[in-house]
Design a protein. Structure first.
Length: 320
């Protein structure tokens, strides 16, 4: 690993020789930025400005983490964690919020509902279920990836079909990062179950911000581990983590200091019970207690101001 980083450092150092006047480097996806590039920038005294791309990133415990001069963080809570962590090498942190959360405010201003949502909400509550992200349909990959695999995806869809039949006056909209795997014969039977069922459907249009629109207009979101889940919670949406697969439990709730365990469900019955509480319960005391925990987790000062504007304004002032 160290040899690989050193080779990367030498490669990027050579390329930076052509940028003699470079003073600042702005990094978006903090954890994926090559460490060889970061070290080459530091070696040439080039200031690094980075953004916390994912809320969950604050809880990573790895030497292979973030190095930056200025670091825009997702909340006051993660800001404190990052400043105390030995896995972050950051000179100055600035809590601003999650920049993709701005998309919800954009949708709110537009106020235009999706045609499908309008029809369904006349007599049903809407649940958007965010499935597993399958990065590849490669035969080997779909078998060996512990979390993102065909069996886990099929298991999730089957449980959502069952849930759509057992909850009253509910329509579940399945949403996946991509739908490239739909033609694989492995999914034929479970997808046919979905297509035959009036209580569940698949949102397979991939227009800009479509996933955010679905979540914005939903009464409840059931989510596998994804950055969109954190953005939904920060915006104030009701959300349950689907915290298990066919052979794994506590993918989310096992992370110390992350989201409240109250919203992490480790089996089907927990998913059903918590969904019913969110959708139908008249006693909101327990829900309010959970929401208070979530607000403390994602709280940010000046939350009504666009996150991207706060970042842009600071960068403009800092780089003058």
């Amino acid at each position: 690993m160290f040899l690989f980083i050193y080779q990367s450092f030498l490669k990027y150092s050579k390329r930076l020789e052509f940028l003699k006047n470079l003073q600042y480097a702005i990094i978006d996806y903090d954890h994926l930025c090559p460490k060889g590039l970061v070290l080459a920038l530091k070696n040439k005294n080039i200031k690094i400005i980075a953004t916390q791309e994912r809320f969950i990133g604050a809880f990573y415990n790895s030497f292979y983490n973030v190095i930056s001069d200025i670091y825009f963080t997702c909340s006051n809570y993660t800001d404190k964690i990052i400043n105390k962590s030995k896995f972050f090498h950051v000179k100055k942190t600035i809590p601003v919020g999650q920049y993709r959360q701005d998309f919800f405010y954009t949708i709110h201003k537009n106020k235009k509902k999706l045609d499908k949502i309008i029809k369904l909400q006349k007599n049903k509550k809407i649940i958007t279920a965010l499935g597993i992200s399958l990065h590849s349909v490669d035969q080997q990959q779909k078998q060996i990836d512990i979390e993102h695999n065909f069996t886990a995806q099929k298991f999730f869809i089957k449980e959502m079909v069952r849930l759509s039949n057992e909850l009253k006056n509910v329509h579940i909209i399945l949403r996946f990062r991509n739908f490239n795997w739909k033609k694989d014969n492995y999914f034929r039977d479970v997808l046919n179950e979905v297509y035959r069922n009036r209580n569940i459907s698949i949102a397979d249009e991939y227009k800009l911000l479509e996933s955010y629109r679905l979540c914005y207009h939903s009464n409840l979101i059931i989510a596998n581990r994804t950055a969109l889940a954190d953005e939904c919670l920060a915006y104030g949406k009701k959300l349950i983590f689907y915290d298990h697969t066919h052979n794994i439990e506590k993918l989310v709730s096992s992370i110390p200091g992350y989201v409240p365990k109250d919203i992490c469900c480790n089996n089907y019955q927990e998913i059903k019970n918590l969904s019913e509480k969110y959708l139908y319960s008249k006693d909101n005391s327990n829900i309010q207690r959970i929401e208070k925990k979530i607000k403390n987790l994602y709280y940010i000062k000046n939350a009504n101001k666009p996150v991207r504007s706060k970042i842009h304004n600071f960068i403009e002032k800092f780089c003058k």
